[in-house]
Design a protein around this ligand. Sequence first.
Ligand code: ATP
Length: 439
Amino acid sequence: MGVNKEELFDKVVNLSKRRGFVFQSAEIYGGFRSTYDYGPVGVLLLRNVKEQWWRSMVQFRQDVVGIDAAILSPPSIWEASGHLTNFTDPLVDCRECGSRFRQDKLEDLNSCPTCDSKSSFTEARQFNLMFKTNAGPVIDSAAEVYLRPETAQGMFTNFTNVLNTSRKKPPFGIAQIGKSFRNEITPGNFVFRTREFEQMEMEYFVPPADSDKWFEYWCKERMDWYLNLGMKADSLRLRIHDPDELSHYARATSDIEFSFPWGWDELEGIANRTDFDLNQHAQASGNKLEYNDSGTGERYVPHVIEPAAGATRTAMAFLMDAYEEEEVNGEVRNVLKLDHRLSPYKVAVLPLSKKDELIEPSKEVLDLVQPHWMCDYDQTQAIGRRYRRQDEIGTPYCVTIDFETLEDKAVTVRERDSMNQDRVPINELVEYLSSHLAP
Ligand code: ATP
């Protein structure tokens, strides 16, 4: 049963609230606009997205190392990076109703989407998206600091530290996952655009002559990451930026876009940033930021390929892509067909009834399985309803302990997508699940 694109958005937002993926932040105080909290299953999905990124970008590669840099940062970094002057969006107000918009996202520059007034917009003003705060007890300009609007600058400012301590040489990369903050003019579409979000970014430093080759390599590598994690091929596309769209420092940029209910929109940008960032920070800090090969005597400023993805935005895209409705025995079953590696819980342990004699063996099964995988345990309600709940949060395997278990020391394992059931001896359960669940 296909899910209508217009309805998909509301269905996923509802599911998120109902099942504990995402809650409106500060909800008991009426909600804090456009900020969200990740609930018990949402935090697991988000962690799994980040973990899969880290595995493919760091764990499986000897040419990439990770860091975790500070969020608070001095103005000098943002002056050198160009963010203080250029990290702006054009802001317009409607003179009639007072609504504010990002001019570059307006469909019709002559018509206000809120009140329909014509030619009511003010001239565009450049609005800087960085959050500013004060460090220490004295509030003056010398104490001004910024919350980072991207994680990338931490990789550039630590270039020499990482080079000296990791014994890497170009081509090599520095990866980071963490929170970033942007005072977005028009946050919205649920967690798609928020003022506080998480990014997964990597700066790949290469010999200048090889940058085109590595740019192509990373575009393919990153597309494959989404596909390999089960995102449908027709939900994804790579959009190459036209030359007039490119930032002044970028030699090439491509976006990986997802087909959201409102249309194609960005999940990740891959850019060839040349030597812009290292040169800017070298000039501003007075420190050389270059690679010096002691063997050949060669010395150069590497060029940088940057795949920059949003973790929170990507988690939402995986949710939307995996959501399906199926008719089973005349009833609609909602199921999240998430790749096992992204599923919040891999296994749910379910005693068939609340009777005492089933609880103890169920707890023993849980003890056996939970050192290996994130497990849920649920002994309330009828078994059918518990299966539906697990389907809706994407749990690939339900393990049911019934009265026969007491006799045959075996359990029923139900697979989410096929709903097929296997009877598996308890002492073979871990092996059975291991053979079906990829790490
Ligand atoms: P946009 O044009 O949508 O504002 P951007 O091109 O400025 O985004 P980048 O600076 O390239 O975005 O950031 C890299 C990634 O970080 C984006 O592809 C997106 O997944 C994520 N991201 C950026 N801004 C936000 C936000 N406000 N909320 C959630 N995720 C974001």
